[in-house]
Design a protein around this ligand. Sequence first.
Ligand SMILES: C[S@@+](CC[C@H](N)C(=O)[O-])C[C@H]1O[C@@H](n2cnc3c(N)ncnc32)[C@H](O)[C@@H]1O
Length: 278
Amino acid sequence: MQEGDLYSDFNKSNPNKFRDIQELLADHKSLFRWFSEEVVLDVGCGPGDVTRHVLYPWLPENANKTVLGVDVSPVMKDLGNKKFGHPDVFFETFDVSGKNLAVITEDEKFRDGFTKIFSFHVFHWINDLELAFQNVYKLLKPSGQVLLTFPISRQYQRLYKQMQEKEPWSTILKGAHREIPNYFLNGDATTEFLSIVTKVGFKVVTCKLITTHDEFPSIEALKKLVGSLDIHFNRIPTSMRGQYLEECIEIMRKKNLKELDNGTVVVTEKRITAFMEK
Ligand SMILES: C[S@@+](CC[C@H](N)C(=O)[O-])C[C@H]1O[C@@H](n2cnc3c(N)ncnc32)[C@H](O)[C@@H]1O
C-alpha cells in the first residue's frame, strides 16, 4: 500500500475501521501483563492514525510508553511523523519480512526489544511468513506479548490481479508485479498458521479464525479502500481512476459484496486473530 493519504482518508470516512481494532484490543485486554515501562511496536502501521489514535490511547495511563510504528512503505514514516507525531510515538520504515533488524535495534530506545507487538491487517501482504514471524520473535522481549489480526482470503490482491488481466488495465499496468503469497490457499488456515508460529517458538495463547462482515458506510468509502490498497494505483491516469474503481466494485459485487437498502456495504472476509507470547 503506497497511498498513505488515501488510506487514512479511508479510515476517517469509515468509523468502523477504528471500532473493529478497539474491539479487538478490548477483547484481549485481560490477557495482557503490563509493566511500568512499555515499549510497543505496531507492525505495518500504515499512515499512523491507528497507532496514534487507537493503540497509544489504549495503553495503560500509568506506564511510561514508547511506541514505534513501522511500515515497509517509505511514505508512511513521513506521513506518520507529519500527521500523527507525538513525543512518545515514533515512525520508521521497516520490512518485517526483511533481513535488516538494525534499522530498529540501532536506536537505543528500541535496542532491548519490545514488551508488546501489535499488527492489524498486515500479514496477508507478506510473502515469507516464517521469516516475518522470526523477526517479530527476535524483536520481542522475553515474556513479551503479541496481538495480531489479518484476513486470510487476500481478496484485494486477487481483485487487482483479475483487473490486470483485462484491457485497458493490462496495457496501463504492463509489467506491474502482483504476487499472492502462497499461504492459506487450501485446507485449514488455523493449523497452517499455528504450525508456522509454533515452529518459530511462540507460545500461542489464543488463535481464532472468524468470519467478519466488514461494513462500509457507502460504495464510495469502499472505493477509497480499494484504491489505497493497490500498490500500483498511482500508475493509473487520474482521469481513469474512477472507471478502474467502478470495475473493481463490479467484480466484488459478483463475489462477497452486499449492498443494503440504506447504502451500507458489507464485505465478508475470514480473519485470523492470535494472541501469542515469547
Ligand atoms: C491494510 S494496511 C493496515 C494499516 C494499519 N495497520 C491499519 O490497520 O490501519 C497494511 C499495511 O501493511 C504494510 N506492509 C505490507 N507489507 C509489509 C512488510 N513486509 N513490512 C511492514 N509493513 C508492511 C503496508 O505498507 C500497509 O501500510
